[in-house]
Design a protein around this ligand. Structure first.
Ligand SMILES: [Zn+2]
Length: 463
């Protein structure tokens, strides 16, 4: 048996198992898993003694090169995917946004061009629907068959991205027919808009009012409505960036009733809280994203949700805007601050630190949350999201005891601040393989922009 690479002596951790094993890789795939493989048969070997070998991370919520509020997110598909690789993420799913009047296919083509020859890790797209006429409705089945098996709809941002309940219901019914999955941004945009206008009329213009005008009840209400619409349509539903207990309880209740309801949260909601908005001057703008930061007590609820499967996935909602010049667009008016924060690089280390070292769940649950569940829900499994014969050799070697201090001065995202500045994490990927090719080792990115491939996804699978 010939191998291109053997990963030796590591402890393999999947969503279900932990065992000592070597992994043999040929032609980009895992071709052998055995207690001991002969190194003479390999062109290269990686020593993983004392380390954990896990499937590469899958981040199903990123916004690279995305126009928003008169500017564009600071990472493109090159800088963003390189930063992702540093953090152990080997596949991401970004969003192709349909402009009103466009076909869904046009949206997809626009985003395919943005990623082409730039992406350093594998990628796929969800399609954001903003305008669902009969023609676009018909496209949904075809897109699912071609590997774009999920769509995102907004219940917030009226006049820009928001769609009404009828549109959501039609999209869910159509997706259900073909095995697609609908992702929902769940906030009551109508009510929030009224609250925002009132705040502005009262002269409340500082960054913290972004958070104070988006109550948790608005997220709870929309989550509940999304779940009800999905139940009526007989379709699964996936709530994106769930931030608070109000919404979590709705998802848990739906799941307890056996409904195919899923939700993700993001590191910012697990580690940061509303006090960040009180930072002096305009600093709070660094934490202007949607949904906003919540009171600290929600964090424990979210961690419990991750541990007990009320939440299935941790993604990042990576949508970076520089503090200088970009966030500053809203210096005199919080509604003009581009919404989003940088996170693509540190997801795995943060979740490993808080989850595994924090004593909240096992390394296996960690793998489930950052790789296996996202792969299953979004049609990437078993090609990605696990370590098995025939799977892509997307692997990370993680040093569970290595520590790192997160800082904008050392991170690789193209943005001038970090939401987690000064935070110490423990558990860092030290070697990353994409389809068998080493893309990170010795603290250096050794992959190549353009080597990331577009992945045609299968249909949604229950987890
Ligand atoms: Zn987002």
């Amino acid at each position: 048996m010939r191998f291109d690479t053997i990963v030796r002596n590591g402890t393999v951790v999947t969503a279900t198992d932990t065992y000592r094993s070597d992994i043999g890789i040929a032609n980009g795939r895992i071709t052998a898993i055995a207690q001991s493989l002969p190194v003479e048969g390999a062109s290269k070997w990686i020593d993983a003694a004392g380390m954990l070998v896990m499937p590469g991370g899958i981040d199903v919520h990123t916004h690279l090169d995305m126009p928003f509020g008169g500017t564009t997110s600071a990472d493109d598909f090159e800088s963003g995917t390189i930063a992702a690789a540093f953090g152990g993420t080997t596949t991401l799913i970004d969003f192709a946004i349909q402009q009103k009047g466009q076909s869904l296919r046009q949206a997809l083509e626009t985003w395919m061009k943005k990623a082409d020859r730039k992406a350093a890790i594998d990628y796929a797209f969800h399609c954001i629907i903003t305008d669902l006429g009969d023609a676009q409705l018909e496209e949904m089945g075809a897109l699912i068959a071609e590997g774009v098996s999920s769509f995102k709809l907004f219940m917030a941002y009226p006049g820009v991205l928001m769609v009404d309940d009828a549109t959501i219901f039609r999209a869910m019914s159509e997706a259900a027919k073909y095995g697609g999955l609908i992702c929902m941004h769940a906030e009551n945009g109508g009510a929030i808009d009224v609250i925002v206008r009132r705040a502005l009329a009262e002269g409340k213009r500082a960054p913290k009012y972004h958070a104070l005008t988006r109550p948790t009840t608005a997220e709870g209400e929309a989550t509940s409505r999304a779940l009800a619409l999905a139940e009526m349509a007989g379709s699964p539903v996936y709530i994106v960036h769930l931030s608070c207990n109000d919404a979590l309880e709705k998802v848990r209740e739906a799941r307890d009733r056996g409904l195919p309801a899923y939700a993700e949260t993001c590191p910012q909601y697990l580690f940061l809280s509303l006090e960040k908005m009180d930072a002096p001057g305009f600093e709070g703008a660094k934490y202007v994203f949607t949904p906003p930061l919540r009171e600290k007590w929600h964090q424990d609820k979210l961690w419990q949700g991750l541990a007990h499967d009320a939440l299935q996935v941790v993604s990042t909602d990576h949508c970076p805007f520089c503090f200088k010049e970009q966030k500053e667009l809203g210096k005199d008016d919080f509604t003009k601050i581009p919404n989003g924060g940088p996170g693509i690089e540190h997801r795995l280390s943060l979740v490993y630190t808080g989850g595994v070292h924090g004593g909240r769940f096992s390394p296996n649950r960690f793998v489930q949350l950052v790789a296996t569940a996202p792969a299953k829900l979004f049609g990437l499994f078993p090609r990605k999201g696990t370590i098995a014969i025939g799977s892509d050799a997307d692997l990370i070697v993680l040093d569970p005891n290595r520590e790192q201090v997160i800082s904008a001065s050392t991170h690789h995202m193209r943005v001038d601040y970090s939401m987690f500045e000064g935070m110490r994490v423990k558990g860092v990927p030290i070697c990353v393989l994409l389809r068998g090719t080493t893309i990170l080792e010795g603290g250096k990115f050794v992959g190549k922009p353009g080597n990331g491939e577009f992945v045609r996804r299968q249909r949604y699978n229950r987890v």
